[in-house]
Design a protein around this ligand. Sequence first.
Ligand code: UT7
Length: 352
Amino acid sequence: MLRTKIAGLGHYVPERIVKNEELESVMDTTNEWIIERTGIQERRFAKKHEETTTTMGAQAALAAIADAGITKEDVDFIVFATLSPDYYFPGCGVLVQRELGIAAQEVGALDIRNQCSGFIYGLSVADQFIRTGTYKNILLIGAEMHTMGLDFSTRGRAVSVIFGDGAGAVILQPTEEEDQGILTTHLHSNGTHAEELAMMNPGSHGGHHHEDREQFGFGDGDFEPIFLTQKMYSDGLQFPYMNGKHVFKFAVRKFPEVIQEGLEEAGLAPSDIDLLIPHQANLRISQYVQKVLQLRDDQVFNNIQKYGNTTAASIPIALNEARETGKVKRGDLICLAAFGSGFTWGSALLRW
Ligand code: UT7
């Protein structure tokens, strides 16, 4: 039976390190608050006007391609997961194809908009293509440049201290080895909570989903744009919004549920997991999930302390760092899981 294996891995984080103390100088926050509530000590900021989500994604992709021992020209499909694309459209898939210099190949490029679960969704989509024999070298990238649009004033502190920039990538290939590859993927969503963690503007809604349309000051005329008005801009509605406590409550329930779902399908138990790599949303969430699943410290990998929450990039960055530090070995049972905006969540179980 054909399975999908991760044949190459790479990640890229910008050079500039921003410690919590630096944030204290631009907003009313403290190093202690950030560490106590999130575990984050520092994050990376991309170089504005020089780096973009696509350029960081391309750096990670080049590392993954080299790691897989293939050439750029061997890539036969691209999947790009991000919530912070270079452009509103087209997506980063085609931009990274051009950035890598392989546009002439004209391979397909798919953009995934599933925020924190983007990498798991991308992995599941790529897995279907590989197992059906459609493609042989899929490049899957998760990349984010959050700092392009965070509110670094005190008004935005509950969101902006959490997120960081970075990119991770994998090359996915078919394998016929019985003890290797992706065993299960499970994807879920519940749109009831769409606005609890969202960046709603600019968008086509024009107030449609809001009871109090007036507060946004949307234009009504047929020839008036409705996606971003001056009032919305001055009220800071162009920035992401997060109901942190609500997200936290669901995250700590859904992470263990979707991990158990994968384990049950594979006939395995939490004790069989060699390494759980949860999406790096908040160290407290990871610790809670670890406790519920009764996992030892050496069964869980976290690096949010260094990078903050890099959304679609967090799992491939963590997976690559775990491998670089010898925590991922051939034959290990690796569990990847994510939860975030949408709400969307998912898990993937694989034998390394
Ligand atoms: O990857 C996407 C998924 N996202 C998540 O998983 C995030 C899940 N949620 C969380 O991680 C947490 O809810 C946060 C870390 C975002 C917030 O922690 P919290 O313990 O839920 O704090 P809170 O929002 O209830 O705020 C507590 C207090 C508030 O002050 P008052 O009302 O008690 O006076 C906030 O205004 O902390 C204040 N606060 C801050 N203080 C200093 C909020 N942000 C900050 C800040 N620095 N950066």
